[in-house]
Design a protein around this ligand. Structure first.
Ligand SMILES: NC(=O)C1=CN([C@@H]2O[C@H](COP(=O)(O)OP(=O)(O)OC[C@H]3O[C@@H](n4cnc5c(N)ncnc54)[C@H](OP(=O)(O)O)[C@@H]3O)[C@@H](O)[C@H]2O)C=CC1
Ligand SMILES: O=C1O[C@H](COP(=O)(O)O)[C@@H](O)[C@H](O)[C@H]1O
Length: 497
């Protein structure tokens, strides 16, 4: 793609983007800032128009003010350019609407009428409304054969509810015009995982059970529930993070090379991984899964409440805010390679990383005391700093060291390697792909459903046991049992943060 000069939008190829839930948390924190950045970078075609839809009674001017304030909170001072801001705000319009009712949808048809641009509807609302919205849009004559729909996760609560929602969307939009967001797929390093694996023969040839002993994925969040208790308590960390983001990371690590970069070529390979995930059984549950819930603790020197003391909490809740899982991909490439996953809220750091642990050499010739050191690790860091680091062993320097080994990084830190490049937020990339009509970074229906099938097998085994989650203090790395789970295998979570 040709880079546009900043501040010079391209002509033509724009879209009419209608955002349902335009006053909500996601829209304010992520969608409008991402759209502003695209505009500022010259990547929003000049004729693109944006329509905010929400329940509040506002006129367009008041809506623009709300969005300007939201942008002021989210953007860094140097990103707030007067000219770019004015141009962006001028694109915005607003209509009040109750999404559940058919009345009022004609306003969207009126707004779009006569436009040569495709209508893209972004559903930034709870998934239970997706079916109603699609139906009402169709009934009001808003949609033609170019209209696209973008939907957020989580789609449903389990396989059955997800299938019902997908059926309702699918009754109006064909799969080729449904964009299911998993924002982890838009992250720069996640993209790089594809380049790393499939463009570098060095890794391509080593990427299997002959050379890799195990894989770790940590997605640690420092935040707690952030006022979303009602939503989160029904979901829990398994549905909020594992069913989507972590399983997508597993797919990108474990999938076979796709024949090309077409959306369906990639998605076919991901589905094969999801189908090969080891299902849970009641018998394996105690060994392979740890559920946790945070209690009062300290994060970065600040006392924070426990989950059950958060605003709106139900003090009897057994919802997990942490989960650690040992699983496997049961196929030829990955036979016998454990995948350790952990994710939790209120952990000491915001940290998302994948660690690929390579096997040791078949015959070891160095200092016996250093034997445990002697294996390579590939650390793929998604956040906070994005980068890829290969841990290698070299000789320790100095005359008196003999052939002592030293662990050190071969490192690619994107910020220092490419200092002039701003790393775009995941939503910028995903919105751009929607505008271009490319689906390879979006999740196909069968991926969502296989992921639910696997999670459902875990929930079913949990329900059999009916055990409360283990407590962990906010600001810790989760229940001690999650450390025991991996140390039982003679391994430990990678800790060079
Ligand atoms: N927030 C986040 O970080 C993330 C969110 N998501 C997903 O994004 C979607 C949106 O989430 P989020 O922004 O947090 O949710 P919010 O509840 O903050 O926003 C939803 C918005 O939709 C409006 N709304 C709800 N029902 C109706 C209705 N019947 N008619 C008109 N407006 C309505 C709400 O209006 P009102 O205020 O009047 O109720 C609210 O402004 C969800 O699917 C969520 O799972 C996914 C990843 C992360
Ligand atoms: O989808 C979600 O993701 C965020 C974490 O996203 P990140 O990009 O900050 O890692 C999580 O906090 C939220 O609960 C979940 O719904």
């Amino acid at each position: 793609m040709t880079q546009q000069t900043r501040g010079m939008p391209t002509a033509g190829d724009g879209i009419d983007l209608a955002i349902f839930g335009a006053m909500g948390d996601l829209a304010r924190r992520k969608l409008f800032p991402a759209l502003y950045h695209l505009d500022r970078e010259g990547l929003l075609p000049a004729d693109t128009r944006l329509l905010g839809l929400a329940r509040r009674e506002l006129d367009a001017a008041a809506f623009r003010e709300e969005i300007e304030q939201a942008l002021a909170r989210q953007l860094r001072a140097e990103e707030q350019e007067r000219e770019a801001m004015a141009r962006f705000l001028a694109r915005l319009d607003y209509r009040r609407l109750d999404f559940a009712l058919p009345e009022g949808y004609a306003q969207i048809a009126d707004w779009h009428r006569g436009s040569s641009r495709p209508l893209v509807v972004y559903l930034s609302v709870a998934a239970r409304l997706y079916g109603d919205i699609c139906r009402h849009l169709e009934a009001a004559g808003c949609l033609d054969e170019r209209a696209r729909v973008v939907v957020e996760k989580p789609i449903g609560h389990d396989l059955a509810s997800s299938a019902a929602i997908n059926d309702a969307i699918g009754a109006v939009f064909p799969e080729s015009r449904i964009y299911r967001i998993d924002h982890y797929l838009g992250k720069e390093t996640v993209q790089n995982l594809i380049a790393l694996r499939f463009a570098n023969p060095l890794f391509g040839t080593q990427w299997n059970q002959n050379h890799i002993s195990h894989v770790e994925i940590t997605v640690a969040e420092q935040v707690g529930i952030e006022g979303r208790w009602g939503y989160f308590d029904e979901a829990g960390q398994l549905r909020d993070m594992v069913q989507n983001h972590l399983l997508q990371l597993v797919c990108l690590i474990a999938m076979d090379p796709p024949a090309n970069l077409d959306a369906d070529a990639i998605r076919d390979e991901k589905v094969k991984v999801l189908r090969a995930l080891r299902p849970f059984t009641e018998e394996r549950l105690g060994r392979d899964v740890v559920r946790g819930q945070y209690i009062t603790g300290t994060v970065h020197g600040q006392a924070v409440p426990g989950y059950l003391e958060e605003e709106g909490a139900n003090p009897g809740s057994h919802t997990e805010t942490f989960v650690a899982i040992r699983t496997g991909v049961e196929n030829w490439r990955w036979a016998g390679v454990p995948f350790y996953l952990r994710t939790g809220k209120r952990m000491p750091e915001k940290l998302s990383q994948i660690v690929i642990h390579f096997r040791q050499q078949p015959h070891y010739i160095f200092d016996p005391d250093q034997r445990d050191l002697a294996a390579n690790k590939l650390v793929i860091r998604l956040q906070p700093e994005e980068g890829i680091m290969l841990e290698v062993l070299t000789k320790d320097s100095g005359l008196d060291k003999g052939m002592r080994l030293r662990r050190g990084p071969l490192q690619l830190d994107f910020n220092s390697a490419f200092p002039k490049t701003r790393i775009p937020d995941a939503y910028e990339r995903l919105l751009l792909e929607v505008m271009k009509g490319r689906q390879y970074l979006f999740v196909r229906r069968d991926e969502v459903e296989h992921a639910w099938r696997w999670c459902d097998s875990l929930v079913a085994a949990w329900s059999e046991r009916a055990e409360p989650p283990r407590r962990y203090p906010a600001g810790s790395w989760g229940p001690v049992a999650s450390i025991a789970m991996i140390t039982q295998d003679g391994r430990s979570w990678y800790e060079d943060y």
